[in-house]
Design a protein around this ligand. Structure first.
Ligand code: FAS
Ligand code: PHB
Length: 389
């Protein structure tokens, strides 16, 4: 088998790159270790920046999004019984779009199937070979048969636990990491949201986030201990705790119901530099992870992919390697802005176990300054809606 680009991973990054390259007439094969249903079954992000919506439109997969997504002009921060609205549209003239990652993935999968571009699911034992040579290749096992895909370039879109980053020699990478001492327990339930916009709640009992997927489906989170197991959290325990954290006014309006998905996500900040090694280009979670507080993970995957698409079309259409050579530096500038913002928003809204009194006071002062300063709110808004691509 041969393709100009071998894409490892059929999550949002791999599928979006595949669609953009297809529309540019660049042939790519996507190798995914799991089944389509498994990929669709992972419940993750929910908030899209305008830049991400624009890239999805460029890929030709925006129709269902524009028909079903929920544009949000702002969101609420609740702290110590007070709620303050961050007025995104008034402050920076932009909004965010609530549309689940599952739907983004579904739209991309359907578009790829419709155009007949090759995706190989349940590709096992994927290995990258001769990454720094002019003739790299990827081997894998599919239906028990070992196969080789020769290519010009490889796109490592296989997430944090993927094989791509691990195929780069350790001495060729610099790793930057912060692991947070808590996780997020997330619940998906088919009940109507008792809130019009997202609520990020900082309470004495811990953080909670009230989000949604539609007018009939909520996505809610509570900060939990890293030692917690999902089995320890019955639906009743989750909803009782969630209500205590979002406060009595919201709780009184809420309808609760059985969870259709429940999972605990650990929180970390992680960046691998550079995002290129030879003919291998990393994009999305394969290169970086951010705590979900700033709603950046999926959006960073989209901006990486956009930059890589521009670099590859520059090579194949413009016969220039310049954009390929600049890809890592260009992507990392935006990655680090999102890493900083996600770290700041996580530190602002979570109480860390064993937090010393000084840190607690600084955090409260930060919140009070934010609630009282339009400049501070504008800075938050500018980062939350997404910095320009
Ligand atoms: P993904 O991990 O989505 O996709 C990688 C794909 O590669 C997967 O399908 C995997 O099966 C495949 N793969 C892995 N190893 C492979 C191999 N060896 N061979 C072939 N294929 C391989 N972001 C937000 O903005 N908000 C959130 O609330 C949020 N919640 C999250 C909750 C969890 C539990 C996790 C893990 C992440 C969450 N994220 C959130 C971040 C998430 O949305 C990611 O940013 C997004 O999935 C990134 O997409 P990809 O880079 O495509 O990686
Ligand atoms: C979600 O809807 O899943 C979501 C929204 C905002 C975040 C994180 C997750 O910051």
């Amino acid at each position: 088998m041969r393709a100009q680009v071998a894409i490892i991973g059929a999550g949002p990054a791999g599928l979006l790159l595949g669609q953009l390259l297809y529309k540019a007439g660049i042939d790519a094969v996507i190798l995914e270790q799991r089944s389509p249903d498994y990929v669709l079954g992972r419940i993750r992000a929910g908030v899209l920046e305008q830049g991400t919506v624009d890239v999805l439109d460029l890929a030709g997969v925006g129709d269902r999004l524009h028909a079903n997504a929920l544009p949000h002009d702002g969101f609420e921060i609740g702290a110590n019984g007070r709620q303050h609205r961050i007025q995104l549209k008034e402050l920076v003239g932009k909004v965010v779009t609530v549309y689940g990652q599952t739907e983004v993935t579904r739209d991309l999968m359907e578009a790829r199937a419709a155009c007949g571009a090759p995706s190989i699911y349940e590709a096992e034992s994927v290995e990258l070979h001769d990454i720094t040579s002019a003739c790299p290749s990827v081997t894998f096992v599919h239906n028990g048969e070992k196969r080789r895909l020769e290519c010009d370039f490889m796109a490592g879109c296989d997430g944090y636990h993927g094989v791509s980053r691990r195929s780069i020699p350790a001495d060729a990478l610099s790793i930057f990491e912060r692991v947070y001492p808590f996780g997020w327990l997330g619940v998906l339930a088919d009940v109507p949201p008792a809130w019009d916009e997202l609520i990020y709640a900082d309470s004495d009992r811990g953080f909670a986030l009230a989000s949604m997927r539609s007018a009939t489906r909520v996505r809610c989170y509570v900060q939990c201990s890293l030692t917690d197991k999902v089995e320890q959290w019955s639906d009743d325990r989750f909803w009782d705790e969630f209500k205590l954290r979002v406060g009595p006014e919201v709780a009184a309006r809420m309808t609760t119901g059985p969870s259709i998905e429940k999972s605990i996500a650990p929180l970390r900040s992680f960046v691998a530099e550079p995002m290129r090694y030879g003919q291998l280009f990393l994009a999305g979670d394969a290169a970086h992870i951010v705590p979900p507080t700033g709603a950046k993970g999926l959006n960073l995957a989209a901006s990486d992919v956009f930059y890589l698409y521009e670099a590859l079309t520059g090579y194949y259409k413009g016969d220039s390697r310049a954009a390929l050579d600049h890809y890592s530096g260009r992507a990392l500038r935006r990655v680090w802005q999102a890493v900083r913002f996600s770290w700041w928003m996580t530190s602002l809204l979570h109480r860390f176990p064993g937090e010393d009194p000084f840190t607690s006071r600084v955090r409260v002062a930060d919140l009070q300054y934010l609630f009282g300063s339009e400049s501070a709110q504008r800075t938050l808004a500018e980062n939350y809606v997404g910095l320009p691509l």
